[in-house]
Design a protein around this ligand. Structure first.
Ligand code: IMP
Length: 179
């Protein structure tokens, strides 16, 4: 039976069950374990939305690795160059490292693009991207999303770390906006 939930002023219906998410996360972990076993990667978990995905994923990643938690902040600098992107929380020296960006969802890719451009300035060896969800109809950037859990349509979803106005992150299943 469809269980509609209300978050603030909007109604959401069940979309992707936690067991389905778990399988997708498991296959990403297997891929990472086989492809990056000699890389000693550093996982950069992009907060807040990725916390649940990162936790599930990294429990299944069995290769030696480091994990760091970051936030992407954009602000308007005092120069004429406009918006400046800053990574908050990155204390490790990531030069010459394989970096795996851990995202909750890639939608337009604007966030990912900013993140990648900042990381490229830090002389990393290579950048890989893992995202629990991807909206292919919306994503038009050139950056490869190497590890995708589940592709979804261009719809607004919550749960599994994703929020609507700060709410819904704690839901274990993913819900989609109901008409
Ligand atoms: P992008 O920069 O357009 O790729 O969007 C990135 C960010 O927007 C994600 O990290 C999410 O925080 C947020 N976002 C995009 N789509 C959704 C959604 O369907 N539900 C909740 N948050 C979303």
């Amino acid at each position: 039976m469809e269980q509609i939930i209300t978050i603030k002023d909007k109604k959401f219906k069940p979309f992707i069950e936690d067991s389905v998410i778990a399988k997708a996360v498991d296959s990403i972990a297997q891929k990472i374990n086989s492809e990056l076993s000699h890389e000693f990667p550093v996982f950069l978990v992009v907060l807040n939305g990725s916390f649940m995905f990162a936790s599930d994923l990294l429990k299944k990643v069995s290769i030696p690795c480091e994990i760091s938690f970051i936030k992407v902040a954009s602000y308007h600098g005092t120069t004429s160059t406009g918006s400046v992107t800053e990574l908050i929380g990155l204390t490790e020296n990531i030069a010459n490292r394989t970096v795996v960006i851990v995202e909750d969802i890639v939608d337009t890719g604007v966030t990912l693009e900013k993140l990648v451009s900042v990381l490229k300035g830090k002389n990393v060896k290579q950048i890989k991207v893992a995202s629990a969800l991807l909206k292919p109809e919306s994503y038009k950037k050139d950056i490869a999303v190497d590890y995708v859990g589940i592709e979804i349509k261009n719809e607004f979803v919550i749960g599994y770390g994703l929020d609507y106005d700060g709410l819904g992150r704690n839901l274990k299943d993913i819900y989609v906006l109901a008409e």
